[in-house]
Design a binder for this molecule. Structure first.
Ligand SMILES: Cc1cc2nc3c(=O)[nH]c(=O)nc-3n(C[C@H](O)[C@H](O)[C@H](O)COP(=O)(O)O)c2cc1C
Length: 437
C-alpha cells in the first residue's frame, strides 16, 4: 500500500560557491545572487516539496586550518541563509524555507523578533534548523567553548526563551478595534522576565502573534542528547541512518520515545531520512558507474582527500597513500565521529589508499548497496520506506538548477503516479503542510 510522504531538499553546502569544482560552473550562475536559488526553489515547489533546508557554518575555521576549508570552497565562504530566506519566500507561495541557525550566534530577543518577522512576511512558511556546533564559538563571545551536551542545554534554553517571547502576547492582546481606536491591550502582555544559565532578557516581544502557528523547528543531531532535543522541540528530524528496515524502525522508535517522554505525540515529529541518489537513465549505466567506482585512480582519491581534509580540518592531501593513517595527525578539535567515518571498518594498518577508496565506492539502489540507479529504482526504495512507516525523504545536494533537475525530472512524475508525492498544498504554511498527512 503506497502512502504520501513528505519531501525536502537539504542544501548541503550552504549559501556558498555553487558549482565550484563542477563542470556546470559554466552555466554562469552567480552564487552570491538570489536568482540561482529562486529558480531552484520554484522547481521544488512545482515538485510539491514541503521544505528547503539551508546548511550553515558561520566560521571559516581556525587560523591554521583555514586554507583547507577555503582552497576548494568546501568549508566556506558562506553567506547568511537567514537573509536569503526572504528572497526565496518572494519567489514561491507554498515552499517552507528553513535556514540553519546556531544559538551561539544570536541573542534570544533579537532572534525571536527576526524569526517572527519572517514568519509573518512568508505566510507562516519559516522553519529553523537548530544546530549546536560549537566550532564557531570564538566569533561570538569570549566565554569558553561549550561541550557537546552543554551546547544542547543552551539550545533548549534559547529556544524556550524564544517561544516564551512569541507567546508573550496573550490571547486577546491584539485588539485592532477601529471603533475604539485600540490597537493592542498592553495589560495582556507578559513581561517574560528570563534569568537563565546562558541568557538573561526581558519581554514582551515587539512583534504581533502568529495566526498559523510558530516557525517549524528542524533538528539534525543524532546523539542521545540530540534525539532528546528533537523529541522535546522538533517538528522535523533530519535523520542520518542506513536505509534498511531495522535501522529505519529503530531510529523512528528512538525519536518517538523521546517525543512521548516530552509529552508529545510521535506524529508531531516528521522524520525525514537524508539521501543523495545518483540517478542515471538505465540499469546498465548504473552498473557501469558502480563497477568503475571500485577502481578509483589517484586523482579521484586526491579529490576525496581534499574534501575530507576540509571536513576534518586536517591536511590529508600530502600524506603517502600507501602508508597507514597516523591518527596522531588529528588535533583535539577534530570530532572522533568524523575520524571514525573516515576510517570505516578498516584496521589500523590499512593504507590511506584503502580508506579513501572506500569513500569512492558506489552501490546500487535496487539491492540496497548504495544510491546509484534509475528514477524507477529510487521510487521503489522510497515506496519501500513508506511501507516501513517512513514520513519522508530529504534529498541532499547543491541547490543548482542542474542538480535539482537531474534528480527530479524523471522522479517527480513517477512518485506522483504512485501517490507518494503530493499533488497540491494545503493553506496555512509549513506547519499545516507537514501535518496534512
Ligand atoms: C545531518 C546533519 C546536519 C547538520 N547540519 C549542521 C549545519 O548545517 N550547521 C552546523 O553548524 N551544524 C550542523 N550539524 C551539527 C549538529 O548540529 C551538532 O552540532 C552535531 O551533529 C552534534 O550533534 P549530535 O552529536 O547530536 O549528532 C549537523 C549534523 C547532522 C547530523
Amino acid at each position: 500500500m503506497t502512502r504520501l510522504q513528505h519531501f525536502g531538499w537539504f542544501l548541503a553546502r550552504g549559501f556558498g560557491p555553487h558549482g565550484w569544482g563542477h563542470p556546470y560552473l559554466r552555466w554562469n550562475h552567480r552564487w552570491t545572487s538570489p536568482d540561482l536559488y529562486q529558480d531552484s526553489a520554484r522547481t521544488l515547489e512545482q515538485a510539491g516539496f514541503d521544505l528547503l533546508i539551508i546548511e550553515d557554518a558561520p566560521s571559516l575555521g581556525s587560523a591554521d586550518t583555514i586554507d583547507l576549508r577555503v582552497r576548494h570552497a568546501f568549508g566556506g565562504p558562506k553567506h547568511d541563509p537567514l537573509l536569503l530566506a526572504p528572497y526565496l519566500f518572494a519567489a514561491t507561495r507554498h515552499l517552507g524555507v528553513v535556514p540553519t541557525v546556531n544559538p551561539a550566534a544570536s541573542l534570544p530577543y533579537t532572534a525571536a523578533r527576526q524569526f517572527a518577522t519572517l514568519q509573518h512576511l512568508s505566510g507562516h512558511r519559516l522553519g529553523l534548523n537548530v544546530v549546536t556546533d560549537t566550532g564557531s564559538a570564538r566569533h561570538f563571545s569570549a566565554a569558553p567553548q561549550l561541550g557537546h551536551d552543554a551546547a544542547y542545554d543552551r539550545a533548549e534554553e534559547w529556544l524556550g526563551g524564544i517561544r516564551d517571547l512569541w507567546r508573550s502576547w496573550q490571547p486577546g492582546a491584539l485588539v485592532q478595534d477601529e471603533q475604539t481606536g485600540v490597537y493592542a491591550d498592553g495589560t495582556r502582555m507578559d513581561a517574560t522576565r528570563h534569568r537563565g544559565e546562558y541568557f538573561s532578557f526581558d519581554g514582551p516581544l515587539n512583534a504581533v502573534p502568529f495566526t498559523d502557528g510558530e516557525p517549524a523547528i528542524v533538528s539534525p543531531g543524532g546523539s542521545g542528547r540530540g534525539l532528546a532535543f528533537a523529541g522535546h522541540n522538533s517538528d522535523v528530524q533530519l535523520a542520518l541512518a542506513p536505509l534498511d528496515e531495522q535501522s529505519i524502525r529503530a531510529y523512528r522508535g528512538r525519536i518517538h520515545a523521546a517525543a512521548e517522554a516530552a509529552g508529545r505525540r510521535p506524529a508531531d515529529v516528521k522524520i525525514l531520512f537524508a539521501v543523495q541518489p545518483v540517478l542515471v537513465s538505465s540499469p546498465e549505466e548504473a552498473d557501469r558507474l558502480v563497477a568503475a567506482s571500485a577502481h578509483p585512480d589517484d586523482e579521484a582519491l586526491q579529490a576525496i582527500a581534499r574534501k575530507q581534509s576540509s571536513d576534518l580540518e586536517t591536511d590529508l592531501t600530502a600524506l603517502d597513500l600507501d602508508r597507514p593513517l597516523d591518527r596522531g595527525i588529528f588535533g583535539e578539535h577534530v570530532s572522533q565521529g568524523s575520524i571514525a567515518r573516515l576510517v570505516g571498518k578498516h584496521d589500523d594498518d590499512a593504507p590511506l589508499r584503502t580508506l579513501l577508496a572506500a569513500h569512492a565506492r558506489l552501490g546500487r539502489l535496487h539491492d540496497g548497496s548504495g544510491f546509484v540507479g534509475t528514477a524507477d529504482e529510487f521510487a521503489d526504495r522510497i515506496e519501500e520506506l513508506g511501507e516501513w512507516g517512513n514520513d519522508g525523504v530529504l534529498l541532499w545536494g547543491d541547490l543548482h538548477p542542474v542538480t535539482v533537475h537531474r534528480v527530479l525530472d524523471d522522479l517527480v512524475p513517477i512518485l506522483r503516479r504512485r501517490d507518494i508525492l503530493r499533488e497540491e498544498y494545503v493553506d496555512g504554511g509549513l506547519r499545516a503542510n507537514l501535518q496534512a498527512f
